[in-house]
Design a binder for this molecule. Sequence first.
Ligand SMILES: Cc1cc2nc3c(=O)[nH]c(=O)nc-3n(C[C@H](O)[C@H](O)[C@H](O)COP(=O)(O)OP(=O)(O)OC[C@H]3O[C@@H](n4cnc5c(N)ncnc54)[C@H](O)[C@@H]3O)c2cc1C
Length: 307
Amino acid sequence: MAPTPRSSRAPRTTHQVAVIGAGIAGMAAATEAARCGLKTALFDDGLLGGLIINVNAIHGHPGAIDTTGADLVNTMLGEALEAGVDYQPGAVSELTAANDHWSLPANSVTARRVILATGADLRTLGVPGEEQLTGRGVSQCAYCDGGLYKGKDVAVVGGGDGAFQEALHLTELCASVTMILRSQKPRARPVFVRQAADLSNMHFRWNTEVQEIIGTDGVDTVRLIDSGGKEETLPIAAIFPFIGLTPKTALTNASKDDAGALIIDSHLQTDQPGLYAIGATRAGYGGQIAHAIADGKVAAQAAWRSI
Ligand SMILES: Cc1cc2nc3c(=O)[nH]c(=O)nc-3n(C[C@H](O)[C@H](O)[C@H](O)COP(=O)(O)OP(=O)(O)OC[C@H]3O[C@@H](n4cnc5c(N)ncnc54)[C@H](O)[C@@H]3O)c2cc1C
């Protein structure tokens, strides 16, 4: 489909596209939009690269063997800048629609189209002790904090790829890693589950939930309960919860699913015309960086064709 000419009544805007969030999805979208000839702004609230930035070994991304998250992010930011993206470090706190354009008032930017790539936060357990001991034994970054617990017993909560990846990394440093899973069937792909099952210092607690994290200056134990009601107190020095994501979608009141992820059409457009949602912000996101990159390209091209 050929791009339709811009309406002569369209308001003057500072940019044609504004991409909010410079994680993998946002950087891919901004680069593609710029390569489509669109004047593109890219914003980031401080955690450039998002969820992948602290991952030391990326799995499942073509050509990324032995690549760290930080390396990939640097490469992608370089590509974005080279394509001509106007990268503006700084959070976007407000997004409003006006006629045929969008306004980011606090950032002094107006754009014909907005691509929301604000990603997601790692969910927390919400149990007693978790908040008080965060940074003192409760961590959501095994690659950053694992070294602090060298030779000690630790636990990882969750059953997805991320949980298994982080647990596998910890087995290289720690005396033992106990994985605590709510069900008997991990969501992680078999490549990770098989690897974990083969390790002598990896232990599992299936059908089990964390009830409390106990300690004063650091984590001493966790209190667990299984689906049959049996309780256990497990002595550990650290616990790493990876139990899923909460999409960051507060900037818009476009339709969301029960998990708070934005509902999109086949062009990744929300129910608000001109507002696209990609990567971990959107319902049905595939979960891997390859999906995030594909989302970025699909939305950028859809935005380009619609202007
Ligand atoms: C532990 C772990 C390991 C993983 N390992 C792999 C792996 O090996 N291979 C793989 O394919 N995938 C992996 N993943 C998944 C992958 O990291 C994610 O799917 C992907 O990074 C999601 O990218 P995103 O851009 O959608 O969101 P995010 O990474 O969440 O990025 C969103 C960005 O938006 C910014 N932002 C948020 N709000 C605002 C705002 N208001 N204004 C401006 N900026 C804002 C954030 O700071 C962030 O930079 C892993 C995930 C985890 C948690």
